[in-house]
Design a protein around this ligand. Structure first.
Ligand code: FAD
Ligand code: UQ1
Length: 436
């Protein structure tokens, strides 16, 4: 039941000027509560707090740091520094929001309440859930213990991404294995992007002739969209990279430098053991546990939203975007550029009692870096599995221009555009440059 109208003020307010909300005894209420201070949460809260004004929008976010995760491929590949991916959360948090620096632990959507990890309850008129995806480090036996040590690394962790470059650059030969799980993950291209950068570096370092570069993926093809998959397969063939599909990492035996894989699919379960001299792991991922066990989750644990309006299928004052939502598309920051606009427009329409007309079309993108100065800019709809390219060129080709766009322009669009709520993706430019 909605209690809100556009002009209503919250029933209680943060009674001081600091933006962190530290009280554990006071219950508080906001017009809009946003869960998560990643790109999804910050884009939406920037715009809404600018429109609704101070004390009306709260962001629940426990972390002190905000990472531009797409840069981690470049960090692991030795092309950017880790510090370039990092900002203090207080520097990116919109000025007009109340930042509640705690974790959300549950939802009581029938009473419009979010429960925080310390038991405190925050009530809302409207809720936006953008808490990201959960990386399940326990999903591979031995991974947690092995990570960041003795040639085992992952670009999916702030703690190990810098080791990736160290291990790549020190690699002397043998098996360099890159893994991709069968679960949904964020940026499904990232597990192979780092492989292309590593393979290039092995050549530069004169160790390529002694190396086997192997991509073991739990899914049935190298990439979900055929147009890009065929170029990627060709690149792997030309560069002598072995691609094994339906081959999923289950265990790391670090003491013996062995990686255990199982065959997935209908004839699955066969076990294969590989020796490794470098191992880059993309771990299994899934919906965050606190969402999964709550009433706002679908069967798989994602926030259950309408794929077009991004409104919850059952609770109409709840929206979700980004990696934790049920939208059947590639989970990327690029997807959030489009999703955020839809959430903002539809939320404001709902507040004004108007029909929800904004519709998300599944746009997502994966900048597949294949070397220093080479990149395939895959842009597509995850809903139709067809390309949705911005530029009037064949985007499945490797291009230096796309590398420079991704390396230099996209970070700026992210920090100064998406996080500030003013960059809603390339749709406008696509309609001019490459209309269909
Ligand atoms: P996140 O960015 O994960 O943010 C979620 C926020 O919620 C976090 O700040 C977290 O602290 C907070 N949170 C978590 N739990 C709670 C809780 N219980 N309560 C409150 N807050 C909580 N995308 C691209 O578009 N292009 C790329 O090239 C690209 N490359 C990538 C490469 C790598 C190696 C990685 C790791 C990711 C890449 N991505 C890329 C994916 C992109 O980073 C994510 O899709 C994007 O960050 C998702 O944004 P989000 O806001 O949904 O979630
Ligand atoms: C994008 O807008 C974006 O967010 C800033 C990304 O995240 C890093 C992307 O990866 C991509 C591809 C886009 C889309 C932008 C253009 C200009 C194609």
């Amino acid at each position: 039941m909605l209690r809100a109208s556009l002009g209503r003020l919250p029933t209680s307010r943060v009674p001081f000027s600091v933006r962190r909300y530290a009280s554990s005894s006071l219950n508080s209420s906001y017009k809009v509560v946003v869960i998560g201070g990643g790109p999804g949460g910050l884009s939406v809260s920037s715009t809404l707090s600018a429109i609704l004004g101070k004390n009306n929008v709260a962001v629940v976010e426990p972390s002190d740091v905000h990472y531009y995760q797409p840069l981690w491929t470049f960090v692991g590949g030795g092309l950017k520094s880790f510090d370039q991916s990092k900002r203090r959360m207080e520097d990116v948090m919109p000025k007009e929001v109340d930042w509640i620096q705690k974790a959300a632990a549950g939802f009581e959507p029938s009473s419009n309440v979010v429960i925080l990890a310390d038991g405190q309850k925050i009530s809302y008129d409207y809720l936006v859930v953008a808490a990201g995806i959960q990386v399940n480090w326990d999903g591979v036996k031995g991974l947690k213990e092995a990570l960041g040590k003795d040639c085992v690394t992952s670009n999916y962790s702030a703690d190990s991404v810098q080791r990736t470059w160290e291990f790549i650059n020190n690699f002397k030969g043998g098996n360099a294995i890159f893994t991709m799980p069968s679960t949904p993950i964020k940026c499904a291209g990232a597990p192979q992007k780092i492989m292309y950068l590593a393979e290039e570096q092995f050549r530069k370092n004169g160790v390529r002739d002694n190396a086997q570069v192997i991509y073991n993926t739990g899914i049935g093809k190298i990439f979900g969209i055929d147009k890009y998959a065929s170029t990627l397969s060709q690149i792997c063939q030309e560069r002598g990279i072995t691609v094994n599909t339906t081959t999923e990492l289950t265990e790391i035996r670090a003491d013996r430098r062995e990686a255990v894989f199982k065959k997935t699919g209908p004839n699955g379960s066969e076990e294969q053991v590989y020796d490794y001299d470098f191992l880059h792991v993309a771990p299994p991922m899934g919906a965050p546990d606190f969402i999964k066990k709550s009433p706002i989750a679908d069967k798989a644990g994602w926030v259950d939203v309408d794929a077009a309006t991004l409104q919850h299928t059952k609770y109409n004052n709840i929206f979700s975007l980004g990696d934790c939502s049920s939208c059947p598309t590639g989970k990327t920051a690029a997807a959030i550029t489009s999703e955020s606009q839809v959430v903002k427009q539809n939320l404001l329409s709902l507040m004004a009692g108007k029909e929800l007309v904004a519709k998300y079309d599944g746009y997502t993108s994966c900048p597949l870096v294949t070397g220093k100065n080479k990149l395939i800019l895959a842009e597509f709809s995850g809903y139709t599995a067809t390309p949705q390219e911005t530029f009037p060129v064949n985007q499945s080709a490797e291009r230096a221009s796309m590398y420079h766009l991704t390396s230099h322009v996209l970070p700026e669009l992210y920090w100064s555009g998406l996080l500030k709520g003013i960059w809603h993706g390339p749709g406008f430019f696509r309609n001019i440059l490459n209309p269909n």
